[in-house]
Design a protein around this ligand. Structure first.
Ligand code: CMC
Length: 392
């Protein structure tokens, strides 16, 4: 197997050609379908950004309205599907519930498995984007032991999610404009990020001709880990620990630099960005803005700022070009909205759904797409002789 080149962790392998997202990691540039992330974050709702990422163009009013109608139509879950939640109890992990339920959706609506034309595909995409939000909110209600709240037809995407998360049978939750804006921005900034671990997982699964929902469910599982989407939980746990135990950030940083400790500065570093992650820059400003407007003081923001300050002046981080990534400040915003920690990675999954769908669609629509089948460099033993069990 001498002809096989090892590319550990695929850091230098272009696994596909794609038109969806562009990143220049040296310059800190991110674009969806050619549009700079700063412009999209400033101007777009999550649904507009989702449409752009999936269908490759800015939607006009008619397209926006039609897509919104499909989202509303697809928001409720099949009545039988609601019974799944009863089985999980209050210790259910929302990420586990989410990936299982997204895969289960095809059992209730088999037509989404085989989109035959553009209309079918728009329907399947709208169904997945809409239902992932309903499942997410219902899994939260299940884990806190409250009744599931049904979606409302009159609410927009983000408002409807907040309603299902925070309304109760006795009270209707009414979000402030700051909360709606911040959550839209959070989701927009997570909408796609080229061939990250979960998206390349989606493409891998899609390459066997698996359906959109099965592929997205695999993406959710890949996202769960702490080096990927789970980092947004790990960051808050780290900040909280430093805060609660009164650890000096410089002392904490020494532990991080000591490789023996196995510690990392969570929310720092990136495979592609060797400069500021533009999403982190936007989220940091948004976090300040939001806390000020909502009149909230979050001591964890102060800890984060201090850690960033120490890291950016430290040779270890400077030499390795480690900067804050999207997960470093996003948790501050989610906390201010009132999202509980065990839902943070679920929020990332809702946001990333358009990117997964767009990448699934590229694989699905490419007549020349081949099954993903990387090779390996075998390191094991060879030519061994079988030993009967009584002689081992
Ligand atoms: N803290 C301390 N050292 C770090 C960190 C960190 N956060 N990140 C990288 N390093 C060191 C690493 O130990 C290595 O040092 P050396 O060259 O001495 O062995 C060097 O920097 C290069 O890092 P790497 O591990 O080869 O980088 P990678 O591209 O394989 O991993 C990463 C990228 C994001 C997994 C990693 O930076 C990391 O674990 N960061 C913390 C977890 C995190 O924040 N993940 C979210 C990523 S962004 C959003 C997403 O994808 O979900």
């Amino acid at each position: 197997t001498g002809y096989i080149t090892l590319d550990d962790g695929y850091s230098n392998t272009g696994s596909c050609q794609s038109d969806v997202t562009f990143i220049d990691g040296e310059k800190g540039i991110l674009r969806y379908r050619g549009y700079p992330i700063e412009q999209i974050a400033q101007n777009s709702s999550f649904i507009e950004a989702a449409y752009l990422v999936i269908f490759g163009k800015l939607c006009n009013q008619q397209e926006r309205d039609d897509f919104a109608d499909l989202l509303s139509e697809n928001a409720p879950l099949h009545q039988s599907m609601l019974k799944h939640f009863d089985g999980y109890g209050s210790n259910g992990q929302p990420m586990a519930i989410l990936s299982a339920m997204v895969n289960s959706l095809t059992a209730y609506d088999p037509q989404v498995m085989h989109p035959e034309d553009e209309n079918d595909l728009v329907y399947a995409a709208a169904s997945l984007i809409s239902k992932v939000r309903t499942i997410a909110a219902a899994s939260h209600k299940t884990t806190i032991g409250e009744p599931i709240i049904y979606p409302r037809k009159d609410l927009k995407y983000v408002e409807n999610f907040l309603h299902m998360m925070f309304s109760t049978p006795y009270s209707e939750y009414e979000p402030t404009p700051e909360v709606v804006r911040a959550l839209n921005m959070f989701l927009v900034l997570h909408a796609d990020h080229e061939q990250n671990c979960s998206t390349s997982t989606v493409r891998m699964v899609a390459s066997s001709k698996a359906n959109m929902f099965a592929s997205a469910s695999a993406g959710i599982s890949a996202l769960w880990g702490r080096l990927h989407g789970g980092a947004n939980v790990a960051v808050i746990e780290m900040l909280q620990k430093i805060h609660d135990e009164g650890v000096d950030p410089s002392v904490f940083m020494n532990e991080v630099k000591d490789k023996e400790s196995g510690r990392k500065l969570m929310g720092f570093g990136h495979r592609v960005y060797k400069n500021f992650d533009p999403r982190a820059t936007i989220l940091k400003d948004a976090a300040f803005d939001m806390l000020e407007k909502m009149n909230i003081e979050d001591p964890l923001l102060d800890v984060a700022l201090k850690l960033e300050e120490v890291a950016l002046q430290d040779d270890y981080f400077v030499e390795r070009k480690l900067y804050p990534n999207v997960d470093f400040y996003s948790g501050i915003i989610l906390r201010a909205i009132g999202i509980p920690l065990d839902m943070f990675t679920v929020m990332f999954a809702i946001g990333r759904m358009p990117g997964w769908i767009a990448n699934w669609k590229e694989v699905h629509e490419d007549p020349k797409a081949r099954i993903y089948r990387p090779r390996q460099v075998y390191q094991g033993e060879v030519d061994k002789l079988w030993v009967p069990r009584d002689q081992r």
